[in-house]
Ligand binder design. Structure first.
Ligand SMILES: [Zn+2]
Length: 379
């Protein structure tokens, strides 16, 4: 439990105990939670359920958790992450409101409008932003100057039966969208929405290279780019994934283990290069990603799964007038837009659905890169 977590968010400060009885639903003031107790060690525990929500808060019964690469980072243990164990995991989730706190002071903009009610299906923004700084007021939530941490990574997350959240961080799910799918909106969908449209400013008719198109965010990027009429080139690590990426609508799929994506991408674009590269792999492939950009092209990246450090040619950067965007997280508006896209039929590709006790197996599967699409854990 991190000291940075506002008390209302973490429930009572009772140390979780490993439970023989961590099997049923929240009852008698107790609930189940998945707790990271050490590097690569998650336990299903029973602990105190949160108290009734305070003013400006709602209580959510969690129904589904989406897994992301940030779960792998957290599970492996990262030297730079400021956190204390044990820590409840789960960075993105969907659920149903089961209690609503008293109405907050309406003159305080940070508390937001309490229009939410019991029974509403919702997702939540997992960055504990201040709601008051310039970035927050302007809707650039992921640039909050006073963020108290990312739930599930720095402070307790969503993998538990019940959680109290500030209403201003809670977003309703459209009626036609299943909670399993909605659980992929707060991180996976919104991250891609932010990368493609806020940062890279992808336009209809442009050509984009999506690196690692079989990953959770890669599959979303292919679908979002195709939905606005882009030409999509993507890379995958095996022929089975190539077939699936093609079925998602990718125009050209390159198996990067058997072919050089730089050569093929340049050929496919008549040596001009692509308008945008969607990067999240880093490592050796990053220079290749720069090489396939057209002059003035944009590269947007949110990850470095193949390695965080590279060298690249600064002359190439300025002579070719590349624009490189680092992207991390998203805004609440990006989550709303993602849910609206889901309501219009742009749904996540689900690789696997797991039960609560199997969440750790899901993280291991993500780490092994055997996935095509998203892994969702259901409560
Ligand atoms: Zn802020």
């Amino acid at each position: 439990m991190s000291d940075a977590a506002p008390p209302a968010l973490g429930g009572e400060r009772e140390a979780p105990t490993r439970s023989q009885a961590a099997r049923g639903k929240a009852e008698e003031g107790r609930m189940r939670a998945l707790s990271l107790v050490g590097d690569r060690k998650i336990e299903l525990v029973e602990m105190a359920a949160p108290p009734a929500p305070a003013a400006g808060e709602v209580q959510i019964a969690i129904k589904a958790i989406g897994l992301n690469h940030i779960d792998v980072w957290g599970w492996r243990g990262m030297a730079f992450a400021k956190r204390k164990l044990p820590l409840i995991v789960g960075v993105e989730a969907a659920g149903e409101i089961v209690a609503v706190g008293p109405s907050p002071d309406p003159s305080a903009p940070a508390t937001g409008g309490m229009t939410l009610k019991v029974g509403d299906r919702v997702v939540a923004y997992g960055g504990l932003t201040c709601g008051a700084c310039k970035a927050c007021r302007e809707g650039r939530d992921n640039l909050c100057e006073n963020v108290a941490g990312i739930m599930g990574f720095h402070v307790d997350g969503f993998a538990r039966d019940r959680v109290n959240m500030p209403a201003r961080l809670v977003i309703p799910v459209p009626p036609s969208v299943a909670l399993r799918d909605a659980a992929c909106a707060p991180i996976a969908f919104s991250t891609v929405q932010h990368m493609l449209f806020d940062n890279a400013k992808l336009e209809p008719g442009e050509t984009i290279l999506v690196q690692a198109g079989g990953s959770g965010i890669g599959t979303v990027a292919i679908k979002m780019a195709k939905a606005i009429g882009c030409t999509v080139i993507t890379t995958v690590g095996d022929d089975e994934k190539a077939k699936k990426a093609k079925a998602l609508g990718a125009d050209h799929v390159i198996n990067y283990r058997t072919e050089r994506f730089e050569t093929i991408t340049r050929k496919l674009t008549n040596k001009k290069g692509v308008d945008v590269v969607f990067e999240h792999v880093g490592g050796e492939g990053f220079n290749g990603s720069l090489l396939v950009l057209k002059r003035g092209g944009r590269l947007v990246t949110c990850g470095s799964t193949a390695g965080p450090t590279i060298t690249f040619n600064l002359m190439q950067l300025f002579q070719q007038q590349y624009k490189i965007f680092g992207s991390f997280g998203a805004s609440i508006r990006n989550i709303r837009d993602s849910l609206a896209k889901m309501a219009n039929g742009l749904l996540p590709v689900i690789d696997t659905e797991l039960g609560l006790a199997d969440l750790e197996r899901g993280i291991a599967r993500l780490e092994s890169r055997q996935v095509f699409g998203k892994i969702v854990v259901k409560f």
